[in-house]
Design a protein. Structure first.
Length: 237
């Protein structure tokens, strides 16, 4: 396999894939993805596929970067079976990030376990064989294995509601799927060891003309209210 085939494909094919998945433009900008995969390189990416036994298939199926056009990538992306699940999973992860960030520190009694569960819930729908672990997790969380975004929301709710029984069952379930435990450990380890610190996911969209207009109206209304208010307490001058 030619060196850096995977990173080249990711960089060249990311835009059409993101467009096909209908993910908002401000989520994981291309420059951030380039920085991350550029630092990882093919070796680290393939290493992370090891526990799930994907590397042999990847190495035999990858084309040369010069022969894989963006148009080829776009056609493949549109026809990818799990494509419709990408946007719901991304949105669920953003909601989870916001909800957990606002929670009290003492509520997150097992942050490592929570991170592991969320990483598996977010990735399993897009990995061959991932439906097995999702089916088991869905039976615990009371959702559907075909709706990973919903499962993420249910798990976060269980964490924040201090539903220790459900959280513990999820952890026990994952321990029965050791390939996913090993994958999650590699995934989190690579993320923590990265030198680059790009803004992977923007919490708010970029400023637009509509947002500027709304802010302008709010400012105008504020000034108008001040001008009509009682200024008897203001010093003369």
């Amino acid at each position: 396999m030619t060196t850096d085939v995977i990173t080249s494909l990711l960089k060249s094919g990311y835009a059409p894939f993101k467009d096909a998945a209908a993910v908002a433009e401000w989520v994981l900008p291309a420059r951030s993805l380039d920085e991350v995969v550029g630092e990882l390189g093919d070796k680290a990416i393939l290493e992370m596929t090891g526990p799930l036994r994907l590397a042999p298939d990847l190495e035999t199926q990858l084309p040369e970067p010069v022969t894989a056009s963006c148009e080829d990538f776009r056609r493949s992306a549109v026809g990818w079976a799990p494509l419709s699940k990408v946007k719901p999973v991304v949105e669920a992860c953003l909601d989870a990030q916001a909800s957990l960030a606002m929670s009290r520190t003492n509520q997150l009694k097992d942050s490592a376990g929570i991170c592991r569960a969320l990483s598996v819930l977010a990735a399993a729908a897009f990995i061959p064989g991932g439906e097995l672990v999702l089916t088991d997790l869905a039976s615990i969380l009371g959702g559907c294995q075909d709706k990973p975004g919903e499962l993420i929301g249910r798990y976060v709710h269980a964490v924040l509601a201090d539903d220790s029984a459900s959280v513990r069952q999820v952890s026990t379930c994952l321990n029965r799927h050791q390939e996913w435990v090993k994958w999650s450990a590699l995934f989190v380890g690579k993320a923590l060891a990265m030198k680059a610190n790009p803004r992977l996911v923007a919490v708010t969209p970029p400023v637009s003309a509509d947002i500027v207009w709304v802010l302008a109206q709010m400012l105008k209304e504020g000034y108008a209210d001040d001008s009509r208010g009682d200024h008897s307490d203001c010093p003369a001058g």
